[in-house]
Design a protein around this ligand. Structure first.
Ligand code: ADP
Ligand code: MG
Length: 348
């Protein structure tokens, strides 16, 4: 069989880990990224650096690959759609368009009879008067948010009114959930009713950025089953191909809510690299490139800590780790505050 080549749009840590997984499967990777310092260039077969609207470079990229996937959701729909006319883009561009818009995403999930936080679109300041019951809440941009960027906690109408933002950019107001826990489900869908689902992962955020993940999650059987069930329903309904993550909230009364869906491999699933026979990244490459589906086997319980900003420095200086510890340095050029620089997974 001739060799498969996978195109990956985006060259951050997720692109890097996809390229590493692909290599193991003998799949070549071409990474396309607008950042010429992107870390994935260290791991892929070929790296192309250009803007996402550079038609010439996109064509050059597409001509080199058999399939195209992406590591982040904020890629313009038109770009993905144009590429999809030439080579299969997976997950489908329409999935990405739906999920990159918080309002469309939440409407979609609710229409499946799956619970989300209460929310409303807000376009004018005056609308707050009829939305008081969503306070305290969080105002979020409908597009382009990540790691808590574009989010404003709102406790009162006065607080809302004193905000200096332009609502016409598109915002939703979400009721604040009194969180007991957060979990995520990583699922890889291969075809109709063909999945590999990882067990629920328990996540802790600091400053709205993921800090810790662990398996097993400390949850009851009902939440364990319901979270897997809802993730399967969402993946099936989207006719999704590849790895998807569903983030959930659990409130103090043990109610489960879908927070958001990420149409890609996900930070909370990094521990699958060491804790399972097949990682979320390898499964993504397998599904997208039409390779064999292998049943998941858990190897160990695990916990992961994200190394953010200069927390990486200490670990870079260590020359030895314990046998059950796995340190990943994303090789980002510059250390920046709040930037995910690496992670450490410990098998326990
Ligand atoms: P991002 O796209 O930045 O990941 P999220 O909507 O997932 O945005 O928010 C990031 C984190 O902020 C969540 O994981 C959670 O800890 C907190 N958060 C966001 N929305 C709510 C909410 N409605 N109620 C309680 N906590 C929230
Ligand atoms: Mg999130």
């Amino acid at each position: 069989m001739s060799q498969t080549t996978l195109g990956i749009i985006g060259g951050g840590q997720l692109g890097s880990m996809l390229a590493i997984a692909a290599k193991k499967l003998n799949v070549e990777t071409i990474v396309y990224c607008d950042d010429q310092d992107a870390p994935a260039q260290n791991f892929c077969t070929k790296f192309i650096s250009a803007n996402y609207d550079n038609k010439e470079k996109i064509i050059e990229f597409v001509n080199l690959v058999d399939f195209v996937t992406y590591e982040f959701e904020n890629i313009p729909f038109d770009t993905l759609n144009e590429i999809n006319k030439l080579k299969p883009v997976l997950p489908k561009p329409s999935v990405n368009r739906l999920i990159q818009h918080r309002l469309a995403e939440k409407d979609f999930v609710n229409n499946l009879n799956i619970r989300t936080t209460r929310y409303a679109s807000i376009e004018k300041k005056s609308e707050i008067d009829s939305l008081k019951d969503l306070l305290p809440g969080i105002l979020k941009t409908t597009t382009l948010g990540y790691d808590g960027k574009g989010q404003y906690p709102i406790n009162s109408v006065e607080e809302f009114n004193s905000l200096n933002i332009n609502l016409s950019k598109g915002y939703i107001l979400e009721k604040l959930v009194k969180l007991k826990q957060e979990i995520s489900i990583i699922i890889t869908r291969f075809a109709n009713n063909k999945y590999e689902v990882y067990e629920p992962i328990e996540n802790k955020h600091e400053d709205q950025i993921l800090k810790f993940s662990k398996i097993p999650a400390e949850i009851n059987k009902k939440i364990y089953d319901q979270s897997k069930d809802w993730a399967m329903t969402i993946a099936e309904e989207l006719k999704y191909v590849g790895t998807l993550c569903v983030e959930f909230f659990i409130d103090r009364n043990d109610n489960l809510y879908v927070n958001e869906v990420a149409p890609r491999v996900h930070n909370s699933g990094h521990l699958t690299i060491n804790a399972y026979n097949i990682s979320q990244f390898e499964n993504h490459v397998r599904a997208v490139c039409g390779l064999e589906q292998i049943p998941l086997k858990k190897i160990s319980n695990a916990k992961m800590i994200n190394l953010i900003g200069d927390q990486i420095s200490h670990y870079r200086m260590l020359s030895k780790f314990n046998e059950n510890e796995f340190f990943f340095d994303y090789l980002k050029k510059e250390i920046k505050e709040k930037r995910k620089m690496g992670h450490l997974t410990t098998l326990v």
